[in-house]
Design a protein around this ligand. Structure first.
Ligand code: PLP
Length: 395
């Protein structure tokens, strides 16, 4: 039987640079003591107090169908949080609760893209982006960003790619680069969106993990609140990846349509998960800082370790759970370096090429293991890169 092109061509085919990841997983299952620095998941579990709130809610009976847009308490809590952080008036009618940020990304694209429309995204990119845009029926078109600009997107590159486009997907703080977009970058992006009449889909799931500078939500920029859909999530800010709870914030009319989409797709998020999310969001910023603290510490360790060598370049590590390391001085591609690192030192990292073309010659290191092991692994990576660079120079 024939399957739809939408589903068979979702991932776009071709080599995706994830071979090293699957190889590392295989080696782990064979008993190799792999140091795993690939995936963006906390090394702590969801806090006991959040689990208690979840348990209490479930035991009080919140195990039936929940109200589709999200319950009033959580929608109000998200709206108040967004308004407090951005100054943009936001009510529950601007908020749809979704099963995680990923589902919110899909819903946002379905809301604004028709089949045949172009959805823009920036390279390097979070792995699911092009498939999410294709899943919504649109054509995914990458816009290159440049290592020389520390991967801050150039407005003129977006403008040059915008023919036929209806939307632009951005992510700050950024996965995979760890870069936080500056006000100037975001002003440039906003200008192009207004000029080219683009929807801006702003993925802000790492907004509580900022080490340097400030996170600016582009929805708060002049003329942007009517054309911006913000994607948020409990996954990263509250170590609730498995709970699948996120949201879209946008204009009321869009949210009204997205409630229809949710009614015909997800049918909402379990009530006990929503109650746990409300509890977590009301637990205060100290709690969020505690969850972000291990990454803040490891990022400081990384800056110290990397500043003591000169083979590897560190892309400004301003936010999120990752370091993007420039290993071009070794003469290897990111993929070749990651494979060699896995074989020689049993350390698994992601090649930059897994995230598109723009981060070729880089590796992404997730800061997701305990500090001492993390520092030791990073030193090994530095020494390994230096020895490769020496051999390359001697040739
Ligand atoms: N956006 C980015 C940039 C991510 O890195 C992730 C997860 O790693 C997500 C969205 C999806 O997160 P979730 O669906 O867990 O909210």
């Amino acid at each position: 039987m024939k399957l739809s092109q939408r589903i068979t061509q979702l991932t776009g085919g071709g080599s995706d640079g994830w071979d090293v990841f699957y190889r590392a997983r295989r080696m782990m299952s064979e008993g190799h003591p792999i140091t795993e620095l690939t995936i963006g998941e906390h090394d702590i579990r969801t806090d006991q107090a959040i689990l208690d709130a979840m348990d209490l809610s479930a035991r009080q009976g919140n195990t039936g169908y929940a109200i589709v847009p999200g319950n009033d308490l959580l929608r109000d809590t998200v709206a108040a949080r967004v308004q407090a952080r951005t100054g943009v008036p936001t009510s529950r009618n601007n908020v749809l609760i979704t099963p995680g940020g990923q589902s919110a990304l899909f819903a946002a694209h379905v809301a604004v893209c028709d089949p045949g429309d172009v959805g823009l995204y920036l390279d390097p990119y979070y792995a699911t982006y092009p498939g999410t845009i294709r899943g919504a029926g649109a054509t995914a078109r990458a816009v290159q960003t440049w290592a020389a600009d520390a991967f801050q997107p150039r407005a003129e590159d977006i403008d040059a790619a915008a023919d036929g486009a209806v939307s632009l997907l951005i992510n700050t703080p950024n996965n995979p680069t760890g870069v936080v977009y500056s006000r100037q970058t975001l002003k440039g992006i906003a200008e192009v969106c207004r000029k080219r009449d683009l929807w801006l889909i702003s993925d802000e799931v790492y907004d509580t993990q900022v080490w340097d500078g400030v996170h600016i939500s582009p929805r708060a920029l002049p003329g942007m609140s009517d054309r911006t859909l913000v994607v948020g999530s409990m996954s990263k800010s509250h170590a609730m990846t498995g709970s699948r709870c996120g949201w879209v914030v946008g204009p009321e009319e869009v949210i009204a349509h997205l409630i229809n989409l949710a009614t015909h797709t997800t049918y909402g998020v379990p009530g006990f998960i929503q109650d746990a999310a409300s509890f977590a969001l009301n637990a205060g910023t100290d709690f969020e800082e505690e969850i972000a603290a291990p990454f803040r510490r490891r990022r400081a360790l990384a800056v110290e370790i990397l500043s003591a060598q000169n083979t590897i370049g560190l892309v400004p590590a301003q936010g999120a759970m990752y370091l993007m390391l420039d290993i071009r001085a070794t003469g290897l591609s990111g993929e070749a370096f990651a494979n060699a690192l896995l074989d020689t030192h049993e350390i698994a990292v992601m090649p930059g090429e897994s995230f598109g073309k723009a981060a070729a010659g880089h590796i992404r290191v997730a800061m997701t293991i305990e500090d001492e092991r993390f520092a030791a692994a990073l030193k090994t990576i530095c020494d390994f890169a230096a020895s490769l660079a020496d051999s390359a120079a001697a040739e």
